[in-house]
Design a protein around this ligand. Structure first.
Ligand code: GUN
Ligand code: ZN
Length: 432
C-alpha cells in the first residue's frame, strides 16, 4: 500500500488574520509574511510564520509557491447548488426569475442521478475557484441533500446544506407540507449532521413560500436541534417585502415573520438583508444573527445596495457569498470585487484586508466555524487556497507597478478569477 504523505510545508507569502479589520486597523489585524511557511500535519495547520524561523518537521514534504499568496480557502456562506445550470439567465427580477428559471430547474432534482451530476459539477467549479466550504440551499427533494452531502463527503470537504422547504406559492411539484418539511428535515438532519465534516442547515426558503404552519414546524425543529444552523432569505427586493406584508398582515416587519415562529437566533443566516427597518437591524444585532451579503446577486437581480460599513460599525455579524445562480459568478474574488463596488456606491471604499476577511474569517464566523476554518493559524483545518497575484497580463502589468502588499493584492481581487487559483488544499491534501 502506498503511504500518503500527511506532513507538508508550503512556502510563499502567507496571510493570516489576528482580528477583524472592520474593528481594528488592518495593519494590526493582518499578519503578512513575505517569505512565509505553513506546516500541515494530519489535515491541520500546525505552524505558520517566517520561513527562516519556523520549526519544520523532518518528514515534511516541501512545496515552494514563490511569490504566490497562501491563505485560507474561501468560504461561500450562501449559494444554491441546484441553480448551477441556470446561472446568468437573462432579464428578470426576483419573483419572475424564481418562476421563470429557478423553479423549473429545481423540479429536475427529484431525479437522484441529475442531483448527483450537478452536485459533482458544482464542487468541481467551487474548488477550481478556491472555495473550500460552501453553504448551499438544496431543493425540496431529500435526494438533493443526499447528493450534495455524498459528493462533499467523497471529497473530504467541510460543507453545509439543508432541504429547502416550501408549501405555498411554488409549483405543486416543489411543494411539501408543514408536516413533511418537518419530518424530512429531521430525518436528513439525523442522517447527516456532524457526519465527517458535514453540517445540516434547517432551510425555510423564505416566508412567501412557507405557510405560518410550516414556519412554526421548522421553528420547533430548530428548538429541538439548537446546534444546527438555520438559513433563509430576508428583505432582498422591495416587491418581495411588499408581498410579505400582504401575506403576513399582523407581522411587524419581514423579520417578524421568522421571529414569531422561533426562526431568529445567533445560528440563523439571513441572506441579502438589504432593505432593513430600524427594528429589524436592532433585533438582528441583539440576537447576533448573521447577515450574508451576496453582492453579485444583488446587482444581477437588481435588488439593492447592502449597507456593509454601517452594519459592521453597528456590530452586526456579516458573511460573504456568491448566491449562485442568482449571483453571476462562482468566484469569491469576483464576489469581493462586487462587494467593493457596492460599498463604493454607498460612499465607502472597503480595504482589501476587509474584503479578504469577509471571504474567509467573516464567512466562517457567520457559520460559527471560525475556530475550524477561514484562517491560517495553528489548530485550524488545512483548507487553503494559493493565489497567483499575476495570473493574467492585465493583472500582472498592474501588480508590477504596485507599491506595497495591498496594492499587489487588490488587482487580483478586482480582476481575478479561477485563473488566479494556483492550487487548493483540502484538509491537508492537494486537491486542485
Ligand atoms: N429568495 C427566495 N429564493 C431565492 C433564491 O433562490 N435566490 C435568491 N437570490 N433569492 C431568493
Ligand atoms: Zn439565495
Amino acid at each position: 500500500m502506498i503511504q500518503q504523505t500527511t506532513t507538508h510545508v508550503l512556502y510563499g507569502q502567507t496571510l493570516s488574520f489576528k482580528s477583524d479589520p472592520f474593528h481594528t486597523p488592518w495593519g494590526e489585524a493582518v499578519q503578512i509574511e513575505q517569505h512565509g511557511a505553513v506546516v500541515i500535519e494530519n489535515g491541520h495547520i500546525t505552524a505558520v510564520g517566517p520561513a527562516n524561523t519556523i520549526d519544520v518537521p523532518e518528514n515534511a514534504r516541501p512545496t515552494d509557491y514563490g511569490d504566490c499568496l497562501i491563505m485560507a480557502g474561501f468560504v461561500d456562506a450562501h449559494m444554491h447548488y441546484p441553480q448551477t445550470a441556470i446561472i446568468a439567465s437573462w432579464g428578470k427580477r426576483l419573483i419572475d426569475w424564481l418562476n421563470s428559471y429557478t423553479f423549473p430547474e429545481e423540479i429536475r432534482f427529484s431525479d437522484p442521478a441529475y442531483a448527483a451530476e450537478i452536485a459533482n459539477l458544482y464542487f468541481d467549479l467551487a474548488l477550481s475557484h478556491g472555495t473550500t466550504t460552501s453553504v448551499s440551499y438544496a431543493t425540496i427533494h431529500p435526494e438533493s441533500v443526499d447528493a450534495y452531502f455524498s459528493e462533499a463527503q467523497k471529497r473530504g470537504l467541510r460543507a453545509l446544506t439543508g432541504k429547502t422547504c416550501m408549501d405555498r406559492n411554488a409549483p405543486d411539484a416543489l411543494c411539501d407540507t408543514a408536516q413533511s418539511a418537518y419530518d424530512d428535515s429531521k430525518a436528513l438532519l439525523q442522517k447527516w449532521h456532524e457526519v465527517d465534516r458535514l453540517g445540516y442547515v434547517i432551510t425555510p426558503r423564505f416566508s412567501p413560500t412557507s405557510t405560518p404552519e410550516q414556519l412554526e414546524a421548522l421553528g420547533a425543529l430548530w428548538a429541538e436541534y439548537p446546534d444546527c444552523l438555520m438559513q433563509t432569505h430576508l428583505s432582498e427586493q422591495v416587491e418581495e417585502i411588499n408581498w410579505v406584508r400582504g401575506l403576513f398582515p399582523k407581522a411587524r416587519d419581514y423579520l417578524d415573520t421568522y421571529e414569531q415562529f422561533g426562526l431568529l437566533g445567533t445560528r440563523g443566516l439571513y441572506g441579502h438583508a438589504i432593505h432593513l427597518e430600524p427594528r429589524e437591524r436592532d433585533r438582528l444585532r441583539e440576537t447576533g444573527a448573521a447577515l450574508i451579503h451576496c453582492p453579485t446577486s444583488n446587482t444581477f437581480i437588481g435588488s439593492g445596495l447592502f449597507d456593509m460599513s454601517a452594519l459592521k460599525a453597528d456590530g452586526h455579524r456579516v458573511g460573504l457569498a456568491t448566491d449562485t445562480g442568482g449571483g453571476s459568478s462562482f468566484s469569491m474574488l469576483r464576489t469581493m470585487a462586487a462587494a467593493y463596488e457596492i460599498s463604493q456606491l454607498k460612499g465607502v471604499a472597503l480595504h482589501p484586508a476587509q474584503l479578504l476577511w469577509l471571504a474567509t474569517c467573516g464567512s466562517a464566523q457567520s457559520l460559527l466555524l471560525g475556530h475550524k476554518i477561514g484562517n491560517l493559524a495553528p489548530g485550524m483545518e488545512a483548507d487553503l487556497v494559493i493565489l497567483d497575484l499575476a495570473s493574467t497580463p492585465e493583472i500582472s502589468q498592474r501588480a508590477n507597478r504596485a507599491e506595497g502588499f495591498w496594492d499587489t493584492v487588490f488587482p487580483t481581487i478586482m480582476m481575478g478569477d479561477d485563473r488566479a487559483v494556483r492550487n487548493v488544499w483540502v484538509k491537508g491534501q492537494l486537491t486542485v
